[in-house]
Design a protein around this ligand. Sequence first.
Ligand code: MG
Length: 365
Amino acid sequence: MDRRCFFGAMAGAALAAPHAALAAPLAPIARPMRLFLRHTWTTTMSSSDYRDTILYTLHHDGIEAHGEGAPIVRYHESAESGCSAINTKLGPNFFHDFPPEQFDKTLREVNRRIPGEWAAKAAVAAAILDWNGKRLGVPVYRLFGLDPTEGPLTTFSIGIDTPEKTREKVREAAPYPVLKIKVGLDSDEATINAVRAETKKPLRVDANEGWKTKEEALEKIQWLETQGVELIEQPLPAARLADMDWIRQRVKIPVFADEACLQAADVAKVAPYCDGVNIKLDKCGGILEAYRMIQTARSLGLKVMVGCMVSSSLAITAAAHLAPLLDYADLDGNLLLREDPFTGVQVKDGRLVLPNKPGLGVTKA
Ligand code: MG
């Protein structure tokens, strides 16, 4: 379907002359997508059986491209607010005025028109890069000059649960060589003991700001170090940077900032207080901004992880195209779904295998 047909169809109208189609009311081109989880997903921040993400479809010059963003409740975003921002701020003529092939300029305009709504902007940015890859006939990683075989191992995440459920999830995670364990509650020791009753795999631990004092965090991390944990993410609330540094001076494993590092400007802000940053497309506004953050982090001597939210293979594959630039990948949000509406990046022996197809290389499942 070409762009004219698409907007005509979306408006529920019979095909009309081009100008009539272009003059139609703003076409709804972003819509919420509900994704059901295999297990109830619990972190220190929330608990849910499903997640709603933003699915954005871009039609331009006969090429159809897609992007997905997963709104983060902590930043007061929702699929509704994100879709509404896209559908009202980027009208049917947007890509005529700002062509997708000039993606740097076009994404600057997207950022100017849509304040906040980082997940929505991530969906638009992914679709624009998908479009460019398809137009040029190359995978997105080629647009960044990357070798797709260079990506690190990715983790499989275990949400907070009862010891019995945790053990069940660890058994289900058998194909994945590194696990990421969510902690940050009084049950942390029981959780890790349950994991260790099942496996000796290396663990990465994410407290999601859950520990209350630096002393409590230090005590927990020093115990975690004896349990084969290789890094700790966001031990304390995001604003407590000096306390994060205090902890870092006293532990052996790297301390990563996640909730303390959202967009590019935050990388320089947190650099003196942590060893690495967890970058997410849904926090920073998309793949191009994430690329800039990675370069900034490298220039400041930081280690780099790219993480994700619960989302389909569409969003996870977009992030995975940057995997060759990373020390750590935590790109498993699609593996936690009961059903994934898309097929894209695969995990083989813990490594991300990128599709060798134009654009993001994602197809409908
Ligand atoms: Mg985290």
